[in-house]
Design a protein around this ligand. Structure first.
Ligand code: UDP
Length: 313
């Protein structure tokens, strides 16, 4: 296959590019580099089956030649990033999704949308199955991401139903691993940075809010299976190992063998507004339709991630 991956210089886009190259496919990577970083794909540059186009997919996309699959992974993806880039976030989820769908239609390609657990907002149901409609504040600071992704899902289904396009939607839950940006503001890079430099670990609020963290390789495997499956409605991919943020802070300190103390802070800016109180994927559908479940536990994934960041702090 010849595959277009948008957001190819980002955390997930670069790992996906690696997987498709490793499977023998040809990858065209695209990124406007507002949050992506060429370092993530430096090892692919010059590969005979990899090429890169610097382009903002919110504008009309031109790619010469045949394309068999389009994977739309471009978007600011951390709360800090989408608070800093609210309009590009809305545009890449809406106009960028429209343009990539239009490209897939023109090329007769299969389409896969990177959606998110944020479509469930601050969920009133735990764990979240794909059938849950969510609890999103459209006008809150996170609305720029959540609503763009909800629009993106609606647009993708419209292309499927109206144009007969073959589409897939993955709802990605919290994912971590090498190539995250140390300063993206998310809990994993923050805590790892703090633990490796023996600074206080900043738990927001009282730390009783929960998340469930999956290692990137499990996600990449789920996405690869989804693209090749027949499932044309959204599928959650995440690790159901739910824990409170305080428990997660203790795990990072422990695995990093750090001297850091855990402190509780109340961010006064928008970072903590509408912060979901609980989040955990219901992965029974992924198990059933993809034969997928996560394989990497938190201790192993965190250890690998700590090793990656050790010489970067
Ligand atoms: N968080 C925290 N300290 C930090 C960064 C984040 O306690 O230094 C919390 C944040 O309030 C949220 C959770 O960790 O409850 C996960 O935040 P993240 O930004 O990683 O992503 P989210 O899951 O909210 O999209």
């Amino acid at each position: 296959m010849r595959v277009l991956i948008t957001g190819a210089a980002g955390f997930l886009g670069s790992h996906l590019s690696d997987r498709f190259i490793a499977e023998g496919h040809t990858v065209v990577g695209m990124d406007n580099l507002i949050t992506g970083n060429m370092d993530n794909i430096a090892h692919l540059m010059g590969h005979e089956r990899f090429s890169f186009i610097k382009h903002d997919v919110s504008n009309y996309i031109y790619v010469p030649g045949e394309i068999d699959a389009v994977l739309h992974f471009a978007s600011p993806a951390s709360p800090n990033d989408y608070l800093e880039h609210p309009i590009p976030t809305l545009k890449v989820g809406s106009l960028g999704t429209h343009n990539t769908l239009g490209l897939a239609k023109a090329k007769g390609a299969r389409y896969l949308l990177a959606s998110t657990s944020e479509v469930y907002g601050d969920p009133q149901v735990n764990p979240q199955p794909e059938t849950y409609w969510g609890n999103v504040n459209p006008i809150g600071p996170r609305g720029v991401y959540d609503e763009a992704k909800r629009f993106a899902e609606a647009m993708t289904l419209a292309y499927q139903r109206y144009h007969g396009l073959e589409t897939r939607i993955v709802r990605i839950f919290n994912t971590y691993g090498p190539r995250m940006r140390l300063n993206d503001g998310r809990v994993v890079p923050n805590f790892i940075h703090q633990a490796l430099t023996n600074q206080p670990i900043t738990v927001y609020g009282d730390g009783s809010q929960t998340r469930a963290f999956q290692y990137y390789s499990d996600l990449v495997d789920g996405i690869y299976r989804l693209l090749h499956s027949d499932e044309d409605l959204p599928v959650n991919i995440g690790n159901p190992n739910e824990m409170t943020i305080v428990e997660f802070a203790r795990a990072v300190v422990d695995i990093a063998n750090s001297q850091s103390e855990i402190v509780f802070v109340q961010p006064t800016d928008d970072r903590f507004t509408d912060d979901p109180k609980q989040r955990r994927p219901d992965i029974s559908k992924a198990k059933r339709v993809l034969g997928w479940e996560p394989k990497v536990d938190l201790a192993e994934g965190l250890k690998n991630t700590l090793d990656y960041f050790r010489d970067k702090v």
